[in-house]
Write a protein that binds this ligand. Structure first.
Ligand code: HEM
Ligand code: ZN
Length: 179
Protein backbone atom coordinates (compact mmCIF):
# COMPACT_ATOMS: atom_id res chain seq x y z
CA UNK A 1 0.00 0.00 0.00
CA UNK A 2 1.16 3.52 -0.82
CA UNK A 3 2.49 5.91 1.79
CA UNK A 4 -0.56 8.12 1.22
CA UNK A 5 -2.73 5.43 2.83
CA UNK A 6 -0.34 5.09 5.82
CA UNK A 7 -0.38 8.87 6.20
CA UNK A 8 -4.17 8.71 6.38
CA UNK A 9 -3.97 6.07 9.13
CA UNK A 10 -1.34 8.12 10.92
CA UNK A 11 -3.56 11.19 10.88
CA UNK A 12 -6.48 9.22 12.32
CA UNK A 13 -4.25 7.48 14.89
CA UNK A 14 -2.78 10.74 16.18
CA UNK A 15 -6.31 12.13 16.54
CA UNK A 16 -7.62 9.09 18.39
CA UNK A 17 -4.79 7.47 20.36
CA UNK A 18 -2.24 10.31 20.28
CA UNK A 19 1.24 10.76 18.94
CA UNK A 20 3.03 8.83 21.67
CA UNK A 21 0.92 5.68 21.27
CA UNK A 22 1.30 5.89 17.48
CA UNK A 23 5.09 6.12 17.85
CA UNK A 24 4.91 3.03 20.04
CA UNK A 25 3.05 1.17 17.29
CA UNK A 26 5.60 2.28 14.71
CA UNK A 27 8.40 1.03 16.94
CA UNK A 28 6.68 -2.35 17.22
CA UNK A 29 5.42 -2.88 13.67
CA UNK A 30 7.58 -0.80 11.32
CA UNK A 31 11.30 -0.96 10.55
CA UNK A 32 13.40 1.52 12.49
CA UNK A 33 13.29 5.11 11.24
CA UNK A 34 10.31 4.47 8.93
CA UNK A 35 8.87 7.60 7.31
CA UNK A 36 5.87 7.20 4.99
CA UNK A 37 6.24 9.04 1.70
CA UNK A 38 2.97 9.30 -0.27
CA UNK A 39 3.94 7.77 -3.65
CA UNK A 40 6.14 5.00 -2.20
CA UNK A 41 4.75 1.49 -1.66
CA UNK A 42 5.13 -0.21 1.74
CA UNK A 43 4.15 -3.76 2.75
CA UNK A 44 0.41 -4.37 3.20
CA UNK A 45 1.17 -6.43 6.32
CA UNK A 46 2.64 -3.32 7.92
CA UNK A 47 -0.60 -1.40 7.36
CA UNK A 48 -2.70 -4.25 8.74
CA UNK A 49 -0.45 -4.60 11.81
CA UNK A 50 -0.61 -0.85 12.50
CA UNK A 51 -4.40 -0.76 11.98
CA UNK A 52 -4.76 -3.76 14.31
CA UNK A 53 -2.53 -1.93 16.82
CA UNK A 54 -4.76 1.16 16.68
CA UNK A 55 -7.82 -1.10 17.10
CA UNK A 56 -6.32 -2.80 20.18
CA UNK A 57 -5.41 0.52 21.77
CA UNK A 58 -8.96 1.79 21.13
CA UNK A 59 -10.40 -1.54 22.27
CA UNK A 60 -12.45 -1.74 19.07
CA UNK A 61 -12.72 -4.51 16.45
CA UNK A 62 -10.39 -4.13 13.45
CA UNK A 63 -13.36 -3.99 11.04
CA UNK A 64 -14.70 -0.96 12.88
CA UNK A 65 -11.34 0.80 12.83
CA UNK A 66 -10.97 0.08 9.09
CA UNK A 67 -14.40 1.60 8.49
CA UNK A 68 -13.56 4.75 10.48
CA UNK A 69 -10.20 4.86 8.75
CA UNK A 70 -11.84 4.56 5.31
CA UNK A 71 -14.17 7.41 6.14
CA UNK A 72 -11.34 9.78 7.05
CA UNK A 73 -9.23 8.42 4.18
CA UNK A 74 -11.77 9.70 1.67
CA UNK A 75 -11.28 13.30 2.80
CA UNK A 76 -7.54 12.79 2.90
CA UNK A 77 -7.36 11.38 -0.67
CA UNK A 78 -9.88 13.88 -2.03
CA UNK A 79 -7.89 16.78 -0.61
CA UNK A 80 -4.60 15.40 -1.87
CA UNK A 81 -6.00 14.85 -5.38
CA UNK A 82 -8.43 17.74 -5.79
CA UNK A 83 -8.00 17.55 -9.57
CA UNK A 84 -9.58 14.10 -9.53
CA UNK A 85 -12.14 14.40 -6.76
CA UNK A 86 -13.59 17.75 -7.89
CA UNK A 87 -14.72 16.26 -11.21
CA UNK A 88 -17.93 14.89 -9.76
CA UNK A 89 -21.00 16.90 -8.95
CA UNK A 90 -22.85 14.20 -7.05
CA UNK A 91 -22.28 11.13 -4.89
CA UNK A 92 -23.82 8.89 -7.55
CA UNK A 93 -21.57 10.29 -10.26
CA UNK A 94 -18.49 9.72 -8.12
CA UNK A 95 -19.43 6.18 -7.14
CA UNK A 96 -20.01 4.95 -10.68
CA UNK A 97 -16.63 6.49 -11.64
CA UNK A 98 -14.43 4.89 -8.96
CA UNK A 99 -12.96 2.25 -11.26
CA UNK A 100 -13.24 3.92 -14.65
CA UNK A 101 -12.08 7.44 -13.72
CA UNK A 102 -10.73 7.82 -10.17
CA UNK A 103 -8.55 4.75 -9.88
CA UNK A 104 -7.68 5.03 -13.57
CA UNK A 105 -6.19 8.47 -12.84
CA UNK A 106 -4.44 6.98 -9.81
CA UNK A 107 -2.80 4.47 -12.17
CA UNK A 108 -1.31 7.37 -14.13
CA UNK A 109 0.05 9.04 -10.99
CA UNK A 110 1.46 6.06 -9.14
CA UNK A 111 3.65 3.33 -10.51
CA UNK A 112 1.72 0.03 -10.38
CA UNK A 113 -0.73 0.89 -7.61
CA UNK A 114 -2.57 -1.88 -5.78
CA UNK A 115 -6.16 -1.12 -6.49
CA UNK A 116 -9.35 -3.12 -6.05
CA UNK A 117 -11.70 -3.96 -8.88
CA UNK A 118 -15.01 -2.17 -8.35
CA UNK A 119 -18.08 -2.38 -10.55
CA UNK A 120 -21.33 -0.55 -9.98
CA UNK A 121 -24.90 -0.91 -11.16
CA UNK A 122 -27.54 1.75 -10.60
CA UNK A 123 -30.66 -0.14 -9.50
CA UNK A 124 -32.90 2.93 -9.08
CA UNK A 125 -32.53 6.53 -7.90
CA UNK A 126 -31.99 5.38 -4.31
CA UNK A 127 -30.01 2.17 -4.74
CA UNK A 128 -26.60 1.37 -6.18
CA UNK A 129 -25.10 -2.12 -6.16
CA UNK A 130 -21.33 -2.17 -5.84
CA UNK A 131 -19.15 -5.22 -6.32
CA UNK A 132 -15.72 -5.15 -4.68
CA UNK A 133 -12.87 -7.54 -5.38
CA UNK A 134 -9.28 -7.31 -4.16
CA UNK A 135 -6.80 -9.75 -2.70
CA UNK A 136 -6.32 -7.25 0.14
CA UNK A 137 -9.97 -7.74 1.16
CA UNK A 138 -10.35 -4.16 2.39
CA UNK A 139 -14.12 -4.12 1.92
CA UNK A 140 -14.65 -2.51 5.35
CA UNK A 141 -12.31 0.24 4.32
CA UNK A 142 -14.33 0.60 1.08
CA UNK A 143 -17.49 0.99 3.19
CA UNK A 144 -15.76 3.76 5.14
CA UNK A 145 -14.60 5.47 1.95
CA UNK A 146 -18.17 5.39 0.65
CA UNK A 147 -19.47 6.92 3.91
CA UNK A 148 -16.79 9.58 3.60
CA UNK A 149 -17.93 10.32 0.04
CA UNK A 150 -21.59 10.48 1.13
CA UNK A 151 -20.67 12.94 3.87
CA UNK A 152 -18.78 15.04 1.33
CA UNK A 153 -21.99 15.41 -0.71
CA UNK A 154 -24.22 15.74 2.38
CA UNK A 155 -26.03 12.50 1.64
CA UNK A 156 -27.40 9.96 4.07
CA UNK A 157 -26.08 6.52 3.18
CA UNK A 158 -26.83 3.06 4.55
CA UNK A 159 -24.78 0.11 3.35
CA UNK A 160 -25.76 -3.56 3.28
CA UNK A 161 -22.96 -6.09 2.84
CA UNK A 162 -24.81 -9.33 2.07
CA UNK A 163 -21.88 -11.14 0.44
CA UNK A 164 -18.29 -10.90 1.67
CA UNK A 165 -14.84 -12.17 0.68
CA UNK A 166 -14.15 -12.63 4.40
CA UNK A 167 -16.83 -15.32 4.33
CA UNK A 168 -15.29 -17.11 1.38
CA UNK A 169 -17.11 -15.31 -1.46
CA UNK A 170 -15.26 -14.49 -4.68
CA UNK A 171 -16.18 -10.80 -4.31
CA UNK A 172 -18.10 -8.60 -1.89
CA UNK A 173 -21.49 -7.13 -2.67
CA UNK A 174 -22.34 -3.76 -1.14
CA UNK A 175 -25.84 -2.40 -1.53
CA UNK A 176 -25.87 1.38 -1.17
CA UNK A 177 -29.18 2.85 0.01
CA UNK A 178 -29.52 6.60 -0.36
CA UNK A 179 -32.20 8.75 1.27
C1 HEM B 1 -6.88 2.37 -2.71
C2 HEM B 1 -11.75 2.19 -2.72
C3 HEM B 1 -11.89 6.91 -3.85
C4 HEM B 1 -7.11 6.84 -4.58
C5 HEM B 1 -8.20 1.98 -2.47
C6 HEM B 1 -8.58 0.81 -1.69
C7 HEM B 1 -9.95 0.77 -1.69
C8 HEM B 1 -10.42 1.89 -2.48
C9 HEM B 1 -10.86 -0.23 -0.98
C10 HEM B 1 -7.62 -0.16 -0.97
C11 HEM B 1 -6.95 -1.14 -1.89
C12 HEM B 1 -7.74 -2.41 -2.10
O1 HEM B 1 -8.89 -2.57 -1.62
O2 HEM B 1 -7.22 -3.32 -2.79
C13 HEM B 1 -12.23 3.46 -3.01
C14 HEM B 1 -13.62 3.88 -2.91
C15 HEM B 1 -13.65 5.22 -3.22
C16 HEM B 1 -12.27 5.63 -3.51
C17 HEM B 1 -14.80 2.98 -2.52
C18 HEM B 1 -14.82 6.20 -3.27
C19 HEM B 1 -15.88 6.12 -2.51
C20 HEM B 1 -10.60 7.31 -4.11
C21 HEM B 1 -10.20 8.69 -4.42
C22 HEM B 1 -8.86 8.66 -4.65
C23 HEM B 1 -8.42 7.27 -4.46
C24 HEM B 1 -11.13 9.91 -4.46
C25 HEM B 1 -7.93 9.78 -5.03
C26 HEM B 1 -8.17 10.62 -5.94
C27 HEM B 1 -6.62 5.64 -4.09
C28 HEM B 1 -5.20 5.36 -3.85
C29 HEM B 1 -5.14 4.07 -3.31
C30 HEM B 1 -6.53 3.59 -3.22
C31 HEM B 1 -4.01 6.29 -4.12
C32 HEM B 1 -3.87 3.30 -2.87
C33 HEM B 1 -3.20 2.58 -4.01
C34 HEM B 1 -1.94 1.85 -3.53
O3 HEM B 1 -1.75 1.70 -2.32
O4 HEM B 1 -1.15 1.42 -4.38
N1 HEM B 1 -9.34 2.62 -2.94
N2 HEM B 1 -11.45 4.54 -3.40
N3 HEM B 1 -9.50 6.48 -4.16
N4 HEM B 1 -7.39 4.57 -3.72
FE1 HEM B 1 -9.41 4.49 -3.72
ZN1 ZN C 1 -16.68 -7.86 2.30
Amino acid sequence: MRGVVFRGLEELAIETIGMQEWDELLETYAPQGRVYVSPTAYPDEELFALAQGVASKLDKPLTEVLAIFGQSLFGFLAKKHVGISSKFSSFEELVVSIDSVIHMEVKKLYDEPNLPSITTTIENDKTIILKYKSNRKLCFCAEGLLHGAAQHYNRVLRIEHPQCMHEGADHCVLILHLD
